[in-house]
Design a protein around this ligand. Structure first.
Ligand SMILES: NC(=O)C1=CN([C@@H]2O[C@H](COP(=O)(O)OP(=O)(O)OC[C@H]3O[C@@H](n4cnc5c(N)ncnc54)[C@H](O)[C@@H]3O)[C@@H](O)[C@H]2O)C=CC1
Ligand SMILES: O=CC(=O)O
Length: 336
């Protein structure tokens, strides 16, 4: 009987030996194509027949494009599992995957990302509250704290501030522990309240209360059709004047134009962003604004965390091939 195939879409940087170790149970293959049209043709050509599981990276979108209905339906009929690296899986239409006959079950790599992403959020919180970006860019231009005798505006302390977490999952809960150490009070909103144990002392509030009570609002929920632009003009108007916004989730959970207007009006005092609506493009008004903290999507950008994510993603492929079950299916596919 022929062995199942496992396909690599993208590059594995740190766990290649573990991937190669899968050759004890599967034939390891890679596509020949380097653009979406060719990839779809390659799928139709039967060259990838027998592929049961895929390991994919976010960067592989440059070859396949989004995993939308067209792509999902073009993938080999043998494909049953998609193991995606990263916690976010918004590049994949998980409903098209489950609707396919046979369905493709999708997994991500939650938990492995929590510490590094929460650390990034803390950096952005401190930087945005204190206005450190202004000083950093002035110094690098040889202007010490500001040009022509101007000085960076005084910042604010985290101590005593209320942080509101929208989407209290793995990263949000990790952040809560770190915010405790800075003397911040955490409130959160999820679709449902957490158990007391998981909430760890954070107070559950409604969406509107979260907007009204937060001094710092952190976005930590997944991007999907229900959460796209969940923060826009109306939501900004319900926030405290002088609020600080942190986004390490996905750019499109917030309306970027509305954010720029809220910064201009002073409604939002500052923001710390790791993610943008149309990466790698960044709204030009954000780039021009010396006060805001901006990072180029570096939330999990550490050797330790990237290694853990790759190992986790491969373990999903192994589990799928050996047991027919993914280790960490995405929430929508838990009962598939
Ligand atoms: N900047 C970066 O490098 C990284 C970004 N991320 C992003 O962060 C997001 C969150 O990651 P995790 O904490 O691991 O996910 P998670 O699944 O553990 O937590 C997400 C939370 O959001 C809640 N949620 C979902 N829809 C909601 C809604 N409409 N309203 C309120 N709450 C809602 C869920 O119930 C869950 O508690 C990921 O989806 C990903 O897009 C994740 C890792 C690194
Ligand atoms: O953006 C990174 C992720 O893990 O999601």
């Amino acid at each position: 009987m022929s062995r199942p195939k496992a396909m690599l879409l993208g590059r594995i940087e740190h766990a290649m030996r573990t991937w190669e170790g899968l050759s004890d149970i599967a034939e390891l293959v890679e596509p020949q194509s380097n653009n979406r049209d060719d990839f779809i043709q390659e799928c139709k050509s039967n060259r990838l027949n027998g592929v049961v599981a895929v390991y994919r990276t976010a960067a592989s979108v440059s070859v396949t494009g989004l995993w939308d209905e067209e792509l999902v339906n073009a993938l080999p009929k043998s494909l049953k599992f998609c193991s995606s690296v990263g916690a976010g899986y918004d590049q994949i239409d998980v409903h098209a995957c489950s609707a396919r006959d046979p369905p493709i079950k999708v997994s991500n790599t939650p938990t492995a990302v929590d510490d590094a992403t929460a650390d990034t959020a803390m950096f952005l919180i401190l930087g945005a509250l204190r206005g450190f970006s202004y000083g950093i860019s002035a110094l690098r231009k040889g202007q010490w704290r500001g040009p022509d005798g101007e000085v960076a505006p005084l910042g604010h302390d985290p101590e005593g501030k209320t942080i509101g977490v929208l989407g209290m999952g793995g990263i949000g809960r990790n952040m809560k522990k770190k915010c405790d150490a800075f003397g911040m009070k955490t409130i959160y909103h999820n679709r449902n309240p957490l158990s007391d144990e998981l909430a760890g002392g954070a107070k559950y509030v409604s969406f509107d209360e979260l907007l009204a009570q937060s001094d710092v609002l952190s976005l930590n929920l997944p991007l999907n059709k229900n959460t796209r632009h969940i923060i826009s003009t109306a939501e900004f108007s319900n926030m405290k004047t002088g609020v600080v916004i942190i986004n390490t989730a996905r750019g499109a959970v917030m309306d970027g134009d509305a954010l720029v207007k809220a910064l201009e009006s002073g409604k939002v005092w500052s923001c710390g962003l790791d993610v943008y609506e149309d990466e790698p493009q960044i709204h030009p008004e954000l780039v021009k604004n010396p006060h805001v903290m901006l990072l180029p999507h570096m939330g999990t950008y550490t050797i330790e965390t990237m290694t853990a994510m790759e190992e986790w993603c491969i373990s999903n492929v192994r589990s799928a091939l050996e047991t027919g079950k993914l280790r960490s299916p995405v929430p929508e596919h838990v009962d598939l």
